[in-house]
Design a protein around this ligand. Structure first.
Ligand code: OOG
Ligand code: NI
Length: 487
């Protein structure tokens, strides 16, 4: 019997999840359609250059999802389901400490890690786990009730987990069982129609809307699915034209004339969705909750640790400078500019100012070309020996800049496959209804990549190490092809 490989399971899962989410959240369908229009326009405008950071086939199918779970046990089960589809936990994100927008979760992303698997389908899922043990958010009483609630629920049917283990061990599943696995896996992330205990949900919501979304219900669900777009500024304008209110900003690096790096993201506000509620007197009613939303992203070149440091530094300085240049009238009246009088006007004005400041800073300090990113060792590339370079009698020398400039080496960007903690916190926060509460006089337990690995029972991989290994492999190969000891 023919077997469905992990890569095909992943591609099918991503497609079916997207179909389901499109039925659940119609604005997501608009987002996908508009993204596709934008991508085709970029292709028309820029030709083959448009595909430098990914083929149009890959980019059109590309999505990331986000889910949220409550306990290490649930996270381990999620890891088995994604493991079946060739997705490994990569990166550690602590969203409890992000300055203006703390959320009581720690996160990782499940994604394929090899070049082949990424090319088959790069589907990734940002996965967050609640931290009920963090006293800054939960007092002892609430923690106890929250943990009791979470330990009594079951997110995934045993049959799904068994099929997942089989797929992971065997590298895939025979057709019929693959079908069963996919059906159960997609169902597990559908929005449940089970009544939600309103009093419990609201108690958690006072602490954090994310805590309520995770621990206030007996199931989990996909929180958003994000298509990839080649021109996010154009998409932002078009969505606004469709009457969909986007958040104030595009998170991440500014738009600028230099190379696209890392990740730029934006989203539209959580949509109110009808949900079944159980009132304190036992009556079942239909209410509405705003937790799910639409998000879109543009991906660029992965940065090395040095590149990332510069990125973080420029972002912090841009924030600082933007605050200093707030026009006096705006700070006095709580904001001016933007789209005159709309509740978002002030936010847009501030974010436009910040963008201008950031862009200015980048034009002065960030490597302005792919070549400079490569030579300053700030961006990751795969390097390829140019075998048919015209020979001019001069042998190649083992120096990256010279090899690139003399045409011995060609550099192809490695696309950033991960997330940004600050953008993630911004995406979480911009879609929350209330501020939540956090007592900063207390300290939360430290969490890191190692502890998260223990919680999952699998090694959480370091994204920098993955990009680095890929770059090194290509350099070794290129050095051999050019007859050099090393580059
Ligand atoms: C996850 C938010 C982070 C991203 O793209 O940075 C995220 C969530 O809302 O659960 O998805
Ligand atoms: Ni997202």
């Amino acid at each position: 019997m023919s077997s469905i490989t992990q890569g095909r399971l992943r591609a099918a899962f991503a497609r079916r999840l997207s179909e389901m989410y499109g039925r659940e959240v119609p604005a997501y369908r608009t987002l996908v359609e508009v993204s596709q229009e934008v991508n085709l326009d970029v292709l028309r405008r820029a030709g083959a250059g448009a595909e430098r950071l990914g083929s149009i086939g890959r980019v059109t199918a590309e999505r990331h999802g986000a889910i949220r779970v409550g306990t290490p046990g649930e996270l381990r089960q999620v890891a088995r389901i994604f493991g079946a589809m060739g997705m490994r936990p990569v990166g550690f994100y602590d969203l409890r400490d992000t300055a203006s927008s703390a959320v009581p979760v720690v996160s990782t992303a499940f994604r394929p890690v090899t070049e082949d698997e990424l090319a088959t389908n790069p589907f990734r899922v940002f996965t967050s786990m609640l931290t009920p043990g963090d006293p800054r958010f939960f007092d002892a009483g609430l923690r106890g009730r929250l943990e009791a609630f979470l330990s009594a629920r079951r997110l995934f049917p045993p049959e799904l987990l068994e099929l997942a283990d089989e797929a992971e061990a065997a590298g895939g599943l025979p057709e019929e069982r693959a079908e069963r696995f996919l059906r159960l896996a997609v169902e597990a992330f559908a929005l449940s129609t089970e009544p939600i205990d309103r009093a419990w949900y609201e108690e958690l919501e006072r602490v954090s809307a994310v805590a309520a979304d995770i621990g206030g219900v007996a199931s989990t669900h996909i929180n958003h699915l994000t298509p990839r777009v080649l021109d996010i500024d154009d998409l932002y304008r078009r969505m606004t034209g469709h009457g969909i209110t986007m958040i104030d900003a595009i998170q991440g690096p500014p738009r600028w004339p230099g190379p696209d790096v890392l990740l730029r993201q934006t989203s539209f506000r959580a949509l109110a969705e009808p949900r079944v509620l159980r009132e304190p007197d036992g009556r079942v009613t239909t209410g509405s909750l705003r937790v799910r939303f639409g998000e879109v992203e543009a991906r660029g070149i992965a940065l090395t640790r040095d590149g990332r440091r510069l990125y973080d530094d420029l972002l912090a300085r841009a924030d600082h400078l933007a605050r200093e240049t707030v026009p006096a009238a705006a700070s006095a009246s709580g904001g001016s500019g933007g789209s005159g009088g709309s509740p978002d006007g002030a936010g847009r004005g501030a974010s436009a100012r910040r963008d201008a400041v950031a862009r200015d800073l980048w034009e002065r300090e960030f490597p302005a070309s792919e070549r400079d990113l490569a030579v300053r060792r700030m961006g990751f590339f795969t390097y390829h020996a140019v075998e048919d370079r015209p020979r001019d009698g001069r042998p190649p020398v083992a120096d990256l800049a010279e090899l690139l400039d003399a045409g011995w080496l060609r550099a192809e960007p490695i696309v950033y496959e991960d997330f940004l903690p600050r953008s993630a916190a911004g995406i979480f926060q911009s879609n929350l209804s209330g501020e939540g509460i956090k007592d900063d006089s207390l300290t939360g337990a430290g969490y890191d990549l190692g502890l998260l690995s223990e919680a999952i029972g699998r090694e959480v991989l370091d994204p920098f190490a993955l990009y680095e290994a890929q770059q090194e492999r290509s350099l070794d190969q290129a050095a051999r092809a050019l007859g050099l000891p090393a580059i």
